[in-house]
Design a protein. Structure first.
Length: 324
């Protein structure tokens, strides 16, 4: 997806007094895409928290009836220094990119695009989609790997039953389920479904920080109530994550990772390490793609997409500062 929020309105995390290890991050509504931008709920990054492990960007959308909301129609746009993680609960999205990948993103299957040195892609919900519902996540690549050549991969995780809950581990390892998808830092990503009234204690890596994004239902994370569309953050240190469903069944995403330990600069669809790097990435996109020179450029062309790529917005009149 293409991020239109170049100067985000930051929200301060709220901390529940009953547990110093759990913060609740509020979502904000932001547009995503081009002229027909759809609306998403963004919980990461925030002023008080830029990263959860390598996870640096959490967008959540739907369930949106296509007849009302119009669906997803994101023209070719660039990325650097990150991985995009697409996970759907319902609907179908056609993905095309400049390394000639062409895939249908469907519920229950991870679609992972490693931007590395630079890639461009488009995302369009298909005619078969009536309701679009899912999450788009970014992972910041560590400095040693962020200029890797770009590539695309898919993985369908098996369902794992544990303590009454059903989990699908799409990145990293949990409960003896290990994803084959490529991770460049220690990471965890999983879908979690919990029936109403069930409490589950999930064993986790105590060196990881964790986030729980609640899609629907009633959920308490380590005793802290989590409103729908909010993200609970828990610091490293504990080996068990306690999730309790209330009167409604829970659908959530569990994210985790070892603290990245690096400061990053995020602007538009780029991740770099300095203001000057971001300027260079923007110039490369505007020169190579918007001007139509794609054969030898950083990003390349998205073949098969019928339409023009997204031009980059103007940079702010201040130097971009690292965060993390």
């Amino acid at each position: 997806m293409s991020n239109l929020e170049t100067e985000p309105a930051e929200l301060v995390c709220t901390v529940d007094a009953s547990s110093a290890r759990v913060e609740v991050l509020e979502p904000r509504e932001v547009p995503l895409g081009g002229p027909r931008a759809m609306s998403v709920r963004r919980t990461l990054p925030q002023r008080q928290r830029s990263l959860i492990g390598g996870w640096c960007f959490v967008d959540h959308y739907g369930p949106d009836p296509i007849a009302v909301a119009g669906g997803m129609a994101v023209p070719p746009h660039p990325h650097t220094g990150l991985q995009t993680v697409s996970w759907l609960f319902s609907g179908e999205i056609e993905h095309r990119d400049s390394v000639d990948s062409h895939a249908m993103v469907r519920p229950g299957t991870l679609n992972l695009m490693t931007a590395g040195n630079g890639i461009a892609h488009s995302e369009v919900s298909t005619a078969a989609t009536t309701v679009l519902h899912g999450a788009q996540l970014w992972v910041a690549l560590p400095d040693a790997s962020r200029f890797t050549p770009p590539f695309f991969e898919s993985y369908t995780p098996p369902a794992v039953e544990f303590g009454g809950a059903t989990l699908r581990v799409f990145l990293g390892s949990l409960l003896d389920s290990t994803s084959t998808a490529t991770a460049f830092s220690p990471l965890l990503g999983a879908e979690v479904r919990i029936p109403a009234g069930v409490e589950v204690e999930i064993p986790v890596d105590p060196s990881f920080e964790h986030g729980v994004l609640l899609d629907s239902g009633e959920l308490a994370v380590d005793g802290v109530d989590l409103p729908a569309a909010h993200l609970a953050y828990r610091a490293p240190g504990a080996s068990v994550l306690r999730l309790r469903a209330g009167a409604e069944p829970v659908l959530a995403l569990l994210l985790g990772g070892a603290p990245l330990g690096e400061r990053i600069v995020m602007w538009w669809n780029f991740i770099g390490r300095s203001h000057d790097e971001i300027v260079r990435f923007r110039d490369d996109w505007q020169t190579d793609v918007i001007a139509g020179i794609t054969d030898d450029g950083r990003f390349g062309a998205v073949r098969g997409y019928d339409g023009a790529p997204l031009p980059a917005p103007e940079l702010p009149n201040v130097r971009l500062a690292p965060r993390g």
